[in-house]
Design a protein around this ligand. Structure first.
Ligand SMILES: Nc1ncnc2c1ncn2[C@@H]1O[C@H](COP(=O)(O)OP(=O)(O)OP(=O)(O)O)[C@@H](O)[C@H]1O
Length: 256
């Protein structure tokens, strides 16, 4: 199994943006092969990375169930399991130096156990082929409890400069313990920091919750500019404040 990095944090803190910059950095350091899993239904990492996504695990699950419900057969005489496997293999987006799987929206009502079981088994199989697996998670992390593989080598918590956001990541860390996930290291990255300098109040909050601060990423006007113009963040110049900060942060992790 590859090295599993999970990124988590309260919505809006910049978790997805930083995950994109993390991937970009690992790709430029030729650390691959990398599998990216977008497990945040509210956010689209593909936009940060600048790639198009057609199928998601959610849409595959819905299609398989709809076909069965309507009594439609699966194409080419496939069984349901074969169909799921086929669709999953075709849903993997090939990016520049990484592959991407998008979980999409979570299931609606009805029994999805069989489909979920197959999809989970297949995703686990696929992930074995990669050196790194990077997951952009939902703030709740509950979906992780449903995973068969509960091992995370590196849990990266992303917070902005608010006390509430620091408290939220402390809760996520505690939740990981409650969910019985096996977490190797946990680190905090504080994002959108004015001038890259943390004030005393936030430093106190970080210390109070015993969070292990890895580094800070400044509030970067260029991110705002790129985001509002729809330009993928991975195209930020190498000397942009946020890319430079993320590079320094990732270097500290000493990933092989
Ligand atoms: N360092 C930064 N400087 C300036 N703006 C930033 C920075 N990081 C992220 N942003 C902006 O903050 C907003 C939220 O970022 P992003 O979508 O990455 O957050 P998220 O935590 O994944 O949010 P959610 O899961 O709620 O969608 C975006 O508009 C993004 O462009």
């Amino acid at each position: 199994m590859g090295y599993n990095i999970a990124v988590a944090g309260k919505g809006g803190t910049g978790k997805t943006s930083l995950t994109g910059l993390l991937i970009n950095q690992l790709v430029s350091q030729e650390k691959g092969p990398i599998l990216v899993v977008d497990a945040d239904a509210n956010q689209n990492i593909n936009e940060v990375l600048g790639v198009e996504v057609e199928d998601t695990i959610g849409s595959i699950r819905e299609e398989a169930n709809m076909r069965e419900k309507n009594g439609d057969s699966f194409p080419g005489g496939m069984t349901k399991a074969q169909f799921l496997q086929y669709k999953l293999n075709h849903s993997i987006v090939e990016g520049d130096g990484y592959d991407l799987i998008v979980m999409g929206r979570s299931e609606g009502e009805g029994c999805y156990c069989y489909v979920n079981g197959i999809l989970r088994e297949q995703t686990n199989k696929i992930s074995n082929h990669y050196k790194y697996m990077i997951t952009d998670n939902e703030a709740g992390m509950e979906h992780l409890s449903r995973k068969t593989s509960k091992h995370i080598d590196q849990l990266l918590l992303v917070s902005d400069c608010s006390r509430r956001s620091i408290q939220a990541v402390a809760r996520i860390r505690d939740l990981a313990v409650e969910l019985k996930l096996h977490v190797g290291d946990t680190h905090l990255i504080v994002n959108k920091v004015p001038n890259g300098i943390l004030n005393d109040g936030i430093k106190e909050e970080i210390a109070k919750h015993n969070l292990n601060l890895l580094g800070v990423v400044p509030l970067d006007e260029l991110i705002y500019e790129y985001d509002s113009s729809g330009i993928p963040l991975v195209q930020l110049p190498e000397d942009s404040q946020s890319k430079v900060a993320m590079k320094a942060i990732i270097d500290k992790l000493e990933l092989k």
